[in-house]
Design a protein around this ligand. Structure first.
Ligand code: GLP
Length: 260
């Protein structure tokens, strides 16, 4: 695990630069992307770089991390709507190279099995994640073990409250579909994006508390290529020794997926 703390007040820009460097190393990057509030500035910074010709996702494949159920297609709280608005509509990625979980599928188990195959066929080079206030990643809520597959989930009360902020005031979603902890931990590289003082307590617990399914983000510590990218307010609760682990950049190639 590496913990990089941005101390210069340019967290989104710094993460965007790192992301674009990965794209230059591997133009055909297969990348899983989250939604929510955390990555919005990052996505704006990536889109600016793509518009400026400094980066391209024309050869990349984008896989959405999760999706809320029970909302109409195009609802502003749907993850697909958020990612289109914040990033995909401003990119050069062909629509056929964007993959999503479909919460409107008739058979949700079959839909999750289909998505598992899409992910497994080529794997994920990089999985970007946010962290929920209750320690969820994707919609892997507390109680999700490391081998939890891609599946339909009931949302925790805290997540329903948070999701209500994304919408336009109507009823918040109560369930969703998510990439499982199992598929997340199989990614070659995982970046946990954490921004804001309101995430400081859960980040400290995830990185320095017990590794437990009760806090799914803590399970990421078993991944050999986990990089935590935090801004200063989010890193406030971390011990000095953990922060000192920030180090030189790595490439996506080589090395174990697990065990660091
Ligand atoms: C949401 C999303 C996750 C997101 C997380 C944090 O429920 N399903 O993909 O990473 O919770 O959201 P935010 O960045 O808005 O705090």
């Amino acid at each position: 695990m590496r913990v990089d703390v941005d101390e210069e007040g340019r967290w989104a820009e710094a993460v965007a630069e790192r992301f674009c460097a990965r794209l230059r190393q591997r133009p055909r990057l297969r990348v899983c992307l989250p939604t929510g509030s955390t990555p919005r500035g990052l996505y704006a910074a990536i889109a600016e770089r793509v518009a400026g010709g400094q980066a391209s996702l024309a050869e990349a494949e984008v896989l959405l991390l999760d999706e809320f159920g029970g909302l109409a297609p195009g609802d502003p709280a749907r993850c697909a709507t958020m990612l289109a608005r914040d990033l995909l509509d401003r990119l050069d990625t062909p629509p056929a190279a964007v993959h999503r979980l479909d919460p409107d599928a008739d058979d949700l188990d079959a839909e999750c099995a289909r998505y598992h195959r899409v992910v497994a066929d080529g794997g994920l080079d990089l999985c970007l994640l946010g962290i929920g206030a209750n320690g969820h990643v994707g919609l892997n809520e507390p109680g999700s073990p490391a081998n939890a597959p891609t599946r339909q989930v009931a949302l925790a009360a805290a997540t329903i409250g948070a999701a209500s902020r994304y919408g336009d005031g109507h009823a918040a979603p109560t369930w969703g579909l998510t990439l499982g902890m199992a598929e997340i931990l199989e990614a070659r590289e995982v970046w946990l994006l954490v921004s804001g003082a309101h995430k400081a307590a859960v980040l400290a617990e995830a990185l320095e508390g017990p590794v437990t399914a009760a806090l799914p983000a803590s399970l990421l510590r078993s991944h050999g290529r986990l990089r935590v990218l935090a801004d200063e307010p989010a890193a406030e609760g971390l011990s000095a020794s953990l922060r000192s682990r920030a180090g030189d950049d790595e490439t996506v190639d080589g090395g174990p997926r697990h065990g660091g």
